[in-house]
Design a protein around this ligand. Structure first.
Ligand SMILES: NC(=O)c1ccc[n+]([C@@H]2O[C@H](COP(=O)([O-])OP(=O)(O)OC[C@H]3O[C@@H](n4cnc5c(N)ncnc54)[C@H](OP(=O)(O)O)[C@@H]3O)[C@@H](O)[C@H]2O)c1
Length: 279
């Protein structure tokens, strides 16, 4: 069984990947309290005698608005931290996978495929792209976009934020003139199962099969979970981003390489989540 050492194992994406693939791979979790990736000495000593086949690097500073005022911390974790783990893993001649984001693209000229040219807007996006540059073509980069799952106590994804508002009869103001590509984390898990077994040092996009506006996404959540759609108001991209961290407007990301797992559209993902929640 392949041994996968990973950072960020307790996070939104990592914890679900482990739940889904724990019978297929042996996961060795390296939480921050054991190995702070910003501390090169700690990274060296944690990895020195560790036996693994692939290092799966998920840990990151992920607070997009927070990054605008915490640039230094964001870069320390996402850039220096990535450099620390990547260089140490390279010295051990082991395979490495870096998880990145659709936000490396500016959203001006969609769609974006694996070899589209990044142009990140915003501090978080820039830090993730700097991380990609450290990896270059020496290891695998997997870009994901707007990941969501049925349940997770520690952090709400966009889907569960919408659901929480609608469930609690709170109004939502949603953008009509922008696009996002929601990705069901269970599909990311299935895609990763293939990529762990078929490792190659190149870029892959593991992203949902359709791009929709945040407004349409909220409407879909209301429809599938039978909430009151009239709680969802419309706004524009320009109106929404006033005073906020910049977001790519048309974040249509696609894959020209994923011929190994059929990713769901948002509606199919929601139907599967509803099934999981009522099981
Ligand atoms: N969520 C999204 O919308 C999204 C979209 C596209 C791409 N991504 C990428 O997907 C990956 C996973 O995201 P996520 O949403 O699952 O993350 P998350 O839930 O915010 O979790 C982040 C993880 O990073 C770890 N971490 C932070 N600082 C660390 C440090 N100094 N040393 C070691 N570990 C540290 C945290 O560990 P502790 O809990 O121990 O602090 C936590 O497990 C990230 O690389 C992110 O950039 C996420």
């Amino acid at each position: 069984m392949l041994k996968i050492a990973l950072t960020g194992a307790d996070g939104l994406v990592g914890s679900r990947i482990i739940e889904l693939l724990k019978n297929d791979f042996e996961f060795i979790s390296l939480p921050q309290k054991l190995m702070d990736i910003t501390d090169r000495v700690q990274v060296n000593s944690a990895l020195k005698d560790l036996d693994f086949d692939i290092f799966f690097h998920l840990a990151a500073y992920t607070n997009v608005p927070g990054a605008e005022t915490n640039r230094e911390l964001c870069f320390k974790i996402n850039v220096d931290g990535t450099k620390n783990v990547f260089e140490t893993v390279k010295e051990k001649n082991k395979k490495f996978i870096y998880v990145s984001t659709d936000f490396v693209f500016d959203g001006a000229n969609p769609p974006y495929i694996e070899d589209s040219i990044p142009n990140p807007v915003g501090v978080y996006a820039q830090s993730k792209f700097e991380g990609e540059k450290i990896i270059g073509s020496e290891a695998m980069i997997v870009r994901i976009a707007y990941p969501y799952r049925a349940a997770f106590e520690l952090k709400k994804d966009f889907f569960r934020t919408f659901k929480y508002y609608l469930e609690n009869k709170k109004p939502l103001s949603m953008i009509t003139d922008s696009l996002m590509t929601p990705t069901f984390i269970d599909d990311i898990g299935s895609g990763l199962k293939y990529l762990f077994n078929n490792y190659s040092p190149e870029i892959y996009h593991l992203v949902g099969s359709e791009s929709i506006s945040p407004y349409e996404a909220a409407i879909k959540v209301a429809e599938i979970f039978e909430f009151d759609k009239s709680l969802i108001e419309k706004t524009t991209y320009e109106e929404y981003i006033k005073g906020r961290a910049k977001l790519p407007q048309f974040a249509t990301i696609k894959s020209k390489k994923n011929n190994f797992w059929k990713m769901k559209g948002f509606e199919q993902g929601l139907i599967e989540i509803k099934r999981q929640l009522t099981k």
